[in-house]
Ligand binder design. Sequence first.
Ligand code: HEC
Ligand code: HEC
Ligand code: HEC
Ligand code: HEC
Ligand code: HEC
Ligand code: HEC
Length: 501
Amino acid sequence: MTQTSPGEGPPGPAPQSGWRNWLTIAGAILASGSLFAFFLLLALDLMGKGRGNPYLGILCYVVAPSFLAFGLAVAAVGFVRRRRELARLRGLGQAMPIEIDLSRSRDRTILKVFIGGACVYLVLTAFGSYQTYLYTESDSFCGEVCHSVMGPELTAYRRNAHARVACVDCHVGEGAKSYISAKINGVHQLVDITLNRFPRPIPTPIHNLRPARETCERCHWPEKRTGDLERIQHRYLADATNSPYSVTLLLKVGGGGTVHGVPGGIHWHTNPDSKVEYLATDPQRQVIPWMRVTEKGGRVTVYRTKAFKGEPDPAALRTMDCLDCHNRPAHRFSTPNDAVDEALYLGRMDVSLPSIKKTAVDLLTQTYATSAQARDQIAAGLRKKYGAAKGVDGTIEAVQAVYRHNFFPEMKADWSQYPENIGHMDTAGCFRCHDEKHVAEGGAKMPATDCDSCHVILAQGAGAELTQLSTGGVAFKHPSTDIEGLGLTCSDCHNGKNQDN
Ligand code: HEC
Ligand code: HEC
Ligand code: HEC
Ligand code: HEC
Ligand code: HEC
Ligand code: HEC
């Protein structure tokens, strides 16, 4: 089909341009489609729609530009080939082949089909990109696409106070710098996951996590004063009758600012006028032999343990922020002891089953290869001990649920790998710094080491004892065993399991 349509006059001498070939046109269409997709994604990103979502970044800054580059390369290849062909023919003195000539209806038809196709392609690209973007913004993408990897964090997150705060709100900070680094990070992670090249458990703390200033403080500003908080720990002993033992604490959280009072209490640490830097000698920041307080007024105090000699490397110091106490704000893996106490208190496990506290904690702390194996063995263990006693069915379900929510054998993730620093019972927590071992140069003791400096105990025990509140606070009465004068801290004995383990 090379004849010209009527009424268009004789074909003039065909212009001999290297651009006019189908390969180049196809490449150009691909490139312009990608460019369009790129601008669309860029607009979404700049409008803050993704709040720095790293996967929007992958689409925008990696996928779209790759297609753009590919399209341009195809166009260039077409151009070069066409030019070579023309030169060769010219050299041979042959007649030039007819190029794409829009005066021919065949070429016009082909072009129309191309443009039509390109429009459909553009619409699909735009729609597809937007859908992909919406999906990647979701928490299910963060947690589920990489399911086996981040499953533990997603499971814990969904049952947490931050369940409606997007992953990216804590994991990706604000500002251009964190955009870029999150983008690069996201690509790294995707590669590692694809190649099944990631550690189990995922190491913690995350060293490149955005500073709390850029994440937590957007919603919880440091000057905000929390005041005193009442917390009741409902506990059960590992005896035959699962004796209840509760402690009502009034935590002196205080605040870092002056809106409702001077900085003080536990949140004194968040006060913008003081800085605490410290040295940790292990990757999980559990051992802290040295720290320095710098106050706006000019006071500088260094506290150190006797065992630590010399001066720390300044590059190894960390400035304390929210995450040094609230290190599991969204993904707390409960200890078996905590989780069983909670389930007993909520009536999910039947407290009338003899020794159920001890039995459940023991079953949860066995080593299982898979979640399925754990589920079956927990059921078998409880059946063996209690047979068909009243309340066993619900209790089995409750123990299995505790396991499902807090233990992830496939990822080797549980409380023992991710210690929480907020208290001092199962891990050193506050006592990493607040103990008798840290002293200042002049011999001054570290403040807040007495039992009533961070909280007072309003009531403790069981039943009627709990109704007699003592506003001035009472001394802690340790249940079942006397720990007075042993010179031990709580976490020397307590570790989240049963005491005989
Ligand atoms: C409220 C803030 C917050 C939210 C929301 C949040 N995270 Fe985290 N996440 C953290 C902090 C803080 C750490 C670091 C813990 C540490 O350094 O000890 C962390 C650690 C992690 C880790 C490293 C392993 C670990 O458990 O320490 C993974 C993986 C993770 N988060 C995934 C997610 C996913 C997936 C989501 C959304 C489903 C999410 N996070 C939502 C604050 C958050
Ligand atoms: C996007 C906003 C947002 C960000 C970012 C955020 N939080 Fe929260 N946080 C909340 C909300 C909302 C609650 C729930 C308040 C409530 O239920 O009263 C909350 C609750 C809390 C609580 C009380 C938790 C509890 O279990 O009762 C703590 C502690 C906390 N956040 C610490 C943090 C820390 C640490 C970070 C940074 C890693 C952080 N938050 C980041 C919004 C946020
Ligand atoms: C020295 C340790 C420490 C530091 C640092 C710290 N907190 Fe806290 N925070 C606590 C303790 C202890 C509580 C009492 C509640 C508890 O034990 O869970 C608390 C309570 C809170 C609560 C209130 C929880 C509620 O249920 O009302 C929020 C919100 C909170 N912190 C956010 C932050 C933020 C944001 C930062 C950083 C600006 C921060 N904290 C720094 C130890 C700390
Ligand atoms: C990295 C070390 C470190 C950790 C961990 C730490 N603190 Fe502190 N804390 C300090 C330093 C340093 C000071 C100030 C010492 C000074 O004033 O000379 C301080 C001061 C305090 C004060 C006295 C505030 C005032 O009004 O003067 C309280 C209360 C307190 N901390 C509670 C806690 C609690 C509760 C935890 C655990 C959730 C905790 N701290 C964890 C280092 C730490
Ligand atoms: C540096 C501050 C600090 C000091 C000093 C301190 N505590 Fe605590 N204590 C805390 C915090 C923070 C919690 C955790 C509150 C929470 O889990 O929300 C806690 C929790 C507790 C609990 C509840 C444990 C549970 O989970 O059932 C008891 C009991 C307790 N402390 C007793 C003591 C005794 C006894 C001493 C003195 C040897 C002491 N505390 C010294 C900060 C402190
Ligand atoms: C010498 C070891 C030892 C030390 C030190 C110790 N405990 Fe205990 N604790 C025990 C034993 C043993 C039990 C009884 C176990 C049971 O019945 O669950 C217990 C039980 C408890 C219970 C109630 C049961 C439960 O759910 O865990 C609480 C709360 C408790 N201890 C808090 C503390 C605190 C807070 C400290 C630090 C001030 C501390 N213990 C120090 C050995 C110790």
